[in-house]
Design a protein around this ligand. Structure first.
Ligand SMILES: CC(C)(COP(=O)(O)OP(=O)(O)OC[C@H]1O[C@@H](n2cnc3c(N)ncnc32)[C@H](O)[C@@H]1OP(=O)(O)O)[C@@H](O)C(=O)NCCC(=O)NCCS
Length: 425
């Protein structure tokens, strides 16, 4: 009988740091090809490999056992997969270690043979055994990951803001802005992001590659991007509490934001004021805007902000319902029994969620009658409070066995603030 093991060897390894090993080189070049980026140069291979090592990423690859004349080198995997740990803000400033998955590619000549399924199920089993309560990813297509238990849990909006003479804020933000060298963001960026991350439900901590990208050190093809510019916002004590990085492109010229990070709302408005003051440009675009963008309320003419698209950003997969549900805060008291269905088994079972003033307690009670029944991907979507249980129930994805249970769940899970994040991975 033909099994996947007859044709492929599966390996997991750590990136080799700045001294790029043949295994790391092959993996990175295969990953770049999978995402249609340019081949890495030697300098960019070393930089990216070092970043993966800093983040302690585990690289996984599937290697074809047989090759044909002139096939890509044997050390190039035909499928790539990476995972690493970062914190997820689950509300009220509480941090939960999340198992992040990225770099999922399969060579076109090896697709639809089960390589993704094999690598995903292996990786999730390892994450569950290592004690992670949740896994997370961002998806290129929305139809791939639900079968593995992931549900969309946080969204962003792509916006376009007219910044011509009509741009006027109703309230002038305090503090000031100044232009800075974008490369400074490798040092300043993590500091400011740390403050944002601590205060934003749904935020995922960032990996090194993001700082390379937003500072212009490495573009998507691994090259330096010398068109990247940056500005910082300073509070009344002269401390940096926000920044933007951007390029100016097109005709008429448009400011395309790569990053906008603010430690508080005032700094965010101050940065928009700066962006609107850049002469010879009349539009700013930002692909990772908030669903609840306060700028729309801060503008004298709210129609200057136009929404181009709403996209799912974060997909969550609960691996351990007890640890995950006990980690997050709740907005009311209540008691519910949930039956969770998980095709991969990690989260399957019946669980009682009891929330009192003392906190949440979750116990496994396989013989209890469930108030609600849901697939594990639905739990992932509901977990942060970014999706409404009423909508999931209306879509036939959350079955109510006790009258009022959906509303009870809604009251329990409601987030204390709109769920949002600015971490591509
Ligand atoms: C998406 C991709 C990784 C799938 O890899 P693959 O090895 O062909 O997937 P598998 O053969 O293991 O398929 C696993 C399951 O996912 C389904 N599937 C795979 N790709 C899919 C897609 N693009 N859309 C919908 N379903 C998909 C398969 O039908 C299969 O379903 P089943 O197991 O329930 O029958 C691969 O096509 C790819 O590299 N695409 C380009 C890069 C990319 O988009 N990566 C994702 C980054 S988030």
């Amino acid at each position: 009988m033909t099994t996947i093991e007859n044709d492929y060897e599966f390996r997991r390894f750590a990136s080799s740091g700045a001294e790029v090993s043949p295994e790391t080189r092959g993996w990175l070049q295969a990953d770049a090809q999978g995402f249609h980026a340019k081949k890495f140069t030697e300098a960019s291979l070393a930089r990216v490999s070092e970043g993966l090592t800093t983040d302690r990423q585990t690289l996984a690859g599937a290697y074809a056992k047989s090759r044909q004349e002139a096939s890509l080198p044997a050390e190039y995997p035909v499928a790539t997969f990476a995972s690493f740990a970062k914190s997820l803000n689950v509300g009220g400033g509480r941090m939960l270690p999340a198992h992040l998955i990225s770099s999922v590619t399969v060579r076109p000549t090896h697709r639809r043979r089960g390589l993704l399924r094999r690598m995903m199920t292996d990786d999730l089993a390892i994450a569950a055994a290592d004690g992670f309560a949740v896994a997370a990813l961002t998806a290129s297509e929305a139809t791939i990951y639900r079968r593995f238990g992931f549900g969309p849990a946080a969204w962003t909006r792509s916006i376009e803001v007219t910044t011509d003479a009509r741009f006027r804020l109703l309230t002038v933000p305090h503090g000031s802005c100044d232009q800075i060298d974008a490369q400074q963001l490798t040092e300043i960026g993590p500091r400011v992001f740390g403050r944002f991350h601590a205060g934003q439900t749904g935020s995922v901590d960032r990996h090194v590659g993001i700082w390379h990208h937003v500072s212009g050190m490495v573009d998507s093809d691994g090259e330096e991007d010398r068109s990247v510019r940056a500005a910082a916002h300073y509070d009344e004590h002269g401390d940096i509490d926000g920044y933007v990085s951007y390029t100016v492109t097109g005709d008429p010229r448009t400011v395309k934001l790569l990053d906008l990070v603010a430690a508080d709302d005032n700094a965010a408005l101050g940065l928009w004021q700066y962006l609107a003051s850049i002469d010879l440009t009349e539009t700013v675009t930002w692909e990772q805007g908030r669903l609840d963008e306060p700028l729309a309320w801060g503008l004298e003419d709210p129609r200057l902000l136009r929404v181009k698209a709403v996209e799912d950003w974060l997909w969550l997969r609960v691996l351990d319902p007890v640890a995950a549900l006990e980690a997050r805060p709740y907005s009311s008291a209540g008691n519910l029994v949930l039956r969770i269905v998980d095709a991969l088994g990690h989260a399957s079972g019946v669980f009682r969620l009891s929330v009192t003033d003392a906190g949440a307690q979750v116990t496994r009670e396989d013989t209890a009658a469930p108030d609600l029944e849901l697939d594990v991907w639905v739990l992932g979507s509901l977990y942060l409070g970014g999706a409404d249980p009423l909508s999931l129930a209306a879509a036939g994805q959350l079955a109510e066995h006790s009258p009022g249970a959906v509303r009870t769940l809604r009251n329990l899970l409601a987030s204390d603030q709109p769920v949002y994040g600015i971490t591509p991975f």
